[in-house]
Design a protein around this ligand. Structure first.
Ligand code: ADP
Length: 567
């Protein structure tokens, strides 16, 4: 025990609150001419629209964010009140990021891919006062407007020319009209750095969505740390295109970390197909990007099918679900793109770990280096982690023992918004719901989510490993491994496979592929070929839906499938 210092000698440094507006002010003043390029949402809805790309600078963005802050005040929004958004990655959404939070209100980004009833639930739970949305979501907002009594103003994020002639939304406001009415003569208020800045709900695969309420301080610290070389390594020399949506955990903090770094920012709007992304990457000279594995599938397939290469794209962070090793290999070996595997969650702002090598790994053969890069990575300063067994006892960092992963740090929630779900912490640590190993160098590897773990005869089978191996087969596009009920072993693995177009592979060949690659008792009991896997609002395979769909499935060979025969 240390004896407490009763009269500490205080540091004599200036105090400045870590606020979100300070990032924008810094960016506008010190990198004022840096560009922000956005694919207009209207471009996708109106064939042949001239200037499909909108361009302006950090300086322009800051002026418009000030006007937006004035407009929100005119709409009666007060400090701490929530401003909802249903929007793609674009410059108006970015202005809301800074204008709403910077003025003292709380930016509430909503995932438009959720079911309309869930969206209405979230808007009501957050008590949004204003709801701003892109043109794409007009029908969605028309459908839910009557069910959102707290919303005093609905704002279409567009100009007068794109306002609908008639709409069921009462008193629909036009974003550009609101800004045109203001002069920008506005000083960003000095806010308490612990005040709420933004709100993001988890996708709620089980139960109702719960909100993570980030503070100015947590957001700035996360942005600072995420720009570090060991993490995303964002610099002024970069051109960054976040494919990860701004409605999904603040696009992994990139709208903040890019601006504090001075990089050029490219926002892809609604068009996230392979061709649209490729054209934007090449046209704008994108060097760095970020997204979930499913979006990379589209881009990589487009580039391969058309025999294309990337002329500027050098680095990407992939996370949100495990990056299949085959995808990492293709990006590195075929396209020369460095892959940073990232792990985190909504409750963690979201970044917790990122992949990379240590100096001592330089001399290792490529395959060994690759195995390290495939892990979810090393803790970022600010995040501490540990793994524990079912009774809560800490497990060793030997790269073998796998246990429940717990985290703590200044950008990890202490409780959910409105204390939904009670106290989530266990002795001050947040249980992530993931199962992982940590090796002696501190590299963490996720083996599963607790709810997806397959428990066979009391032993855990890591579904992610099985999926990764399946996806390394040349005929396999996607794979998911789930538990199926078994009378003797409780659960056995069932592998669901989507074949690549025009490719053939059967059950027996697939099972043979695993021989020598996994422990025998991990061998899937059956393989089922499907057209597609259900993908949720954040681009992840919905295993709960698959479990439901295949709950009565039994192995093709009856009770004695290939797996249990060897157990
Ligand atoms: P939700 O929990 O609603 O799906 P999040 O986006 O917060 O929304 O998801 C966080 C979870 O995603 C993590 O707990 C983990 O299970 C999974 N995840 C995120 N990144 C990775 C990764 N690189 N590898 C494996 N799983 C990941």
């Amino acid at each position: 025990m240390h004896s407490p210092l009763h009269t500490p000698l205080m540091g004599q440094m200036m105090h400045q609150s870590l606020t979100i507006s300070s990032i924008l002010q810094f960016a506008a003043r010190h990198y004022g001419a840096s560009e922000i390029v956005s694919r207009r949402v209207e471009a996708g809805l109106q064939a042949g629209l001239q200037d499909a790309l909108h361009r302006y600078t950090y300086r322009d963005c800051e002026l418009r964010a000030r006007k937006l802050a004035q407009a929100l005040a005119r709409l009666g929004v007060e400090g701490g009140q929530r401003v909802g958004t249903l929007a793609w990655n674009g410059y108006r959404h970015l202005e809301l990021y800074y204008g709403a939070s910077g003025s003292g209100a709380v930016l509430h980004t909503i995932n438009p891919r959720l079911h309309p009833e869930q969206i209405a639930y979230i808007v009501n739970h957050a008590e949004d006062q204003v709801l701003c949305f892109d043109l794409t979501f007009l029908p969605l907002v028309e459908a839910i407007a009557a069910a959102c009594p707290t919303v005093r103003a609905f704002v279409l994020m567009s100009d007068r020319a794109h306002m609908p002639a008639g709409t069921r939304i009462p008193d629909l406001l036009c974003y550009e009209d609101l800004l045109d009415a203001e002069d920008g003569d506005y000083a960003w208020p000095e806010l308490d750095e612990n005040a709420a800045a933004s709100l993001c709900y988890t996708s709620g695969t089980t139960g109702n969505p719960k909100g993570a309420l980030y503070s100015h301080r947590s957001t700035v610290l996360h942005a600072y740390a995420s720009a570090l070389p060991n993490v995303l390594n964002v610099g002024a020399i970069d051109t960054v295109l976040p494919v990860v949506p701004m409605f999904h955990v603040n696009a992994w903090g990139l709208p903040y970390s890019v601006l504090l770094s001075g990089a050029k920012l490219v926002l892809p709007g609604a068009q996230l197909d392979g061709k649209s992304l490729y054209d934007l990457f090449e046209g704008e000279g994108v060097t760095f990007s970020a997204g979930v594995p499913t979006v990379w599938l589209g881009l990589i397939n487009y580039a391969i099918q058309n025999d294309l290469t990337f002329s500027t794209f050098r680095r990407t962070v992939i996370g949100g679900s495990a990056c299949p090793p085959a995808m990492m290999d293709t990006l590195i070996d075929r396209f020369g793109v460095q892959v940073i595997h990232g792990w985190g969650m909504t409750e963690m702002s979201p970044l917790g770990t990122t992949g990379g090598l240590l100096a001592k790994h330089r001399a290792l053969p490529v395959e060994r280096q690759r195995a390290i890069l495939q892990k979810q990575g090393h803790a970022i300063y600010g995040v501490d982690m540990k793994i524990v067994d079912d009774l809560g006892a800490e497990l060793p960092w030997d790269g073998q023992a796998s246990g429940h992963l717990l985290v703590k740090g200044p950008w990890i929630i202490a409780s959910y918004f409105r204390d939904e779900g009670g106290d989530p912490l266990v002795d001050g640590w947040f249980p992530t719901g993931d199962v992982a190993t940590i090796d002696p160098d501190g590299f963490m590897q996720i083996t599963d989510r607790s709810k997806d773990v397959i428990k066979s005869g009391g032993e855990w089978i890591g579904s992610i490993d099985i999926e990764n191996i399946a996806m390394a087969h040349p005929a396999v596009l996607q794979a998911a491994c789930i538990a199926m009920a078994h009378p003797k072993w409780d659960e056995r693995p069932l592998l669901l496979v989507v074949r690549r177009p025009g490719q053939e592979v059967g059950r027996e060949e697939m099972l043979k592929w695993f021989e020598g690659r996994i422990a025998k008792f991990w061998m899937p009991d059956d393989v089922v070929f499907v057209e597609a896997l259900p993908i949720g609002g954040t681009g992840k395979v919905q295993k709960n839906k698959l479990r439901e769909q295949f709950k009565d499935h039994r192995a093709a060979q009856g009770v004695a499938g290939p797996g249990q025969a060897r157990l």
